[in-house]
Structures are given as C-alpha cells and as structure tokens.
Design a protein around this ligand. Structure first.
Ligand code: SIN
Length: 328
C-alpha cells in the first residue's frame, strides 16, 4: 500500500472564512489559519498524511501574480518530491477557475493537483468546506486522479480546470463545467470517474512565465462605442479579451477598433458574456478579415489567463493563438 502524503497549500477564501455568526451574514475570507482547518479535518479520520504550507490568507479576488508564482513553485517542487503523492490547494471560489487553469497550463500531469473551496464560511450553519475538503483529500489520494490536469472539487463533483466556472454567487452548487460537466462524482463509498485519464504523463503545456503581460477583458454592451478599446490601448494593454454579445459579437465600431488593435500587434480574443456556449471562428464575425481569435469554449476569465500565458511564452501570431484556443 502506498503511503499517501498530500501537500496542502492554503490561500484563504471562504473555505477559511470566519463569520462569527451561524448565518454568516458578513464574514472575512481567509480568517481561519490552515493549521486550524487541518485540525478539524484530522478528526474525520482520513487515511492521508497532510503537509500544510500557507501561501496566503486572502480572499481570492486579491489573488494574482505573487500568489500564482508561489503556488506554481510549491507545486513544481512537490511534483519532483517522491515523498509527496498529491497536492491540494484551498482557494476562494471567485477566482478558483483562473488559478486552476493557469496551473493546468503550466504544470506536468504526473501527480493529482486539486483546488477546493467553499461557498459558506467555516463557522456558518450548513458549512460546506469540510465536506469539500474531505472530498478533495479522497480525490488527491486516488491514483486515477493523475493524468487529468488540475482538478476542482466542489460539493461531490470533480471538474477539470479547463471546463470549470463559477456560475452562481452564493448557491452551494455554484460551479458548472463546460463543455464537459463533472468528470467524476465523489460518493461516500468511492469515486466514479466517467472516462479514463486523457493526459497521462504529459509535460507542462507552457513554461511558467517570469511575468504576465497586461491583458484586459472588455465587456460588450448595447450602444457602446469604441472609446474603451482606445483607452485600453492607451494604458499599454498587450492583449484584449472581448466578453462579447452572443457568439462573441460587438457593435461594428468596436469590432473595427479591435481589428485595428490586432493589426497594431495587440492580439484580441473574442469570448462571450453569455453563460455557456462555443464562440467559433468566422460565424457572425469575420475573424479572418479582422485578424481576431475565437475563444471557443473558454469564457472571458479563462480566455484572459490563456492569452496571458501565450503572450508571455512569445506566441503572438493569430493562427498559433487560435490553435491554442482550439486545443484540448
Ligand atoms: C473568495 O473567492 O475568496 C470569496 C468567495 C469564496 O471563497 O467563495
């Protein structure tokens, strides 16, 4: 039997949030230390040995480059450490999809990496954090979790990083997967995986960069003009993601300004403000003529993460960018 030793990287979020009241009307994300959370978890009698490392104690709205660097370095070291069998990251749910996807793009797939969060503070009645955490330990302990990229465990569902997105502000069942739904379900007795691992022994898709370029998300709205595009160029954006209408659309004057940005060397990816769906090339918008990239299944937040990683890796050409958005 393998000795299970799981590195737990704490960043804060509601899973580590303390409300000080049973109904949790207001609370502070990250108020609870990782050690205190692990103490509660120890009482559940799980098999794995947990090795805590606190990266931050913040709400995930404040997660950014310094925490991403620290998380990536800790995960990369754990991947190389034969004593560590899996990695869990406790994280706020607001930006969990961004951190999960960034790590998914920049880590090898040799050990399970599982993000977990909660929708209710730890001391609120009906808190979901401990259950989610216990499920994350089960998933990170499962050999079948390897070779699937970074995973997100919320409730009893396991989502792949590329698919996961937060779809509700406060409901317990806040996450959805698109284009795939959950890739596994955790039951009290076992984990049911719905397909075999598809990324066995893969190296990282992209190098973790030395820095990330400024990439902005531009939200489309009826009646808008092109001035926000000019403003983003004015502050030195190196790339833009359009959270467009419907299939990634925008008023003609905005598309014109985005095409001029692309022609001037600032790549533009068209995503959608709609909850779900694919943005394909050249359907309503002539990407070939305008020099734009279609985000396919990625929503604006994850499209921004991918564009930042691609630009930081020197990939700027529209056809290579499109290939990366088409992939996987
Ligand atoms: C956060 O993202 O840190 C706050 C919200 C949450 O964790 O659910």
């Amino acid at each position: 039997m393998i000795d299970l030793r799981i590195l737990v990287l704490g960043t804060g979020g509601t899973i580590a949030g303390a409300a000080g009241s049973a109904t949790g009307g207001t609370y502070r994300a990250g108020g609870l230390a990782l050690a205190a959370m692990l103490e509660q978890l120890a009482a559940l009698g799980l098999d794995a040995q947990l090795v805590p490392q606190e990266i931050a104690r913040i709400g995930s709205q404040d997660i950014g480059w310094p925490q991403w660097q620290a998380l990536h370095a800790a995960c990369a070291a754990a991947m190389d450490d034969p004593a560590i069998t899996g990695i869990i990251i406790t994280h706020g749910t607001d930006t969990a999809e961004e951190t999960a996807f960034l790590l998914d793009l920049t880590l090898p797939t040799t050990k399970p990496v599982v993000l977990v969060g909660a929708m209710r503070p730890a001391d609120a009645v009906g808190a979901d954090g401990m259950r989610n955490f216990a499920n994350a330990v089960k998933v990170a302990s499962d050999r079948q979790a390897t070779g699937r990229g970074v995973l997100l465990v919320m409730g009893d569902a396991v989502l792949a990083a590329r698919d996961a997105r937060k779809a509700a502000t406060s409901a317990i069942d806040a996450f959805r997967g698109f284009p795939r739904g959950p890739i596994a379900r955790v039951t009290p007795a076992r984990i049911d995986w719905f397909a075999p691992p598809h990324r066995q022994e893969e190296p990282a898709h992209y190098a973790f960069p030395d820095s990330l370029p400024r990439v902005a998300i531009l939200a489309a709205g009826a009646g808008m003009d092109e001035q926000p595009v000019e403003a983003l160029l004015g502050i030195g954006c190196k790339g833009m993601v359009l959270a467009g209408m419907g299939q990634g659309n925008a008023p003609a004057c905005v598309l014109g300004a985005l095409a001029r940005a692309a022609a001037a060397g600032v790549p533009v990816v068209r995503s959608t403000r709609v909850d779900e769906g694919i943005v394909d090339r050249n359907v309503e918008v002539d990407d070939d003529a305008l020099g734009l990239v279609a985000a396919r299944a990625l929503g604006p937040a994850k499209a921004r993460v991918l564009l930042m990683v691609l630009l930081a890796n020197g990939i700027t050409d529209a056809s290579r960018l499109q290939a990366a958005f088409d992939g996987g």
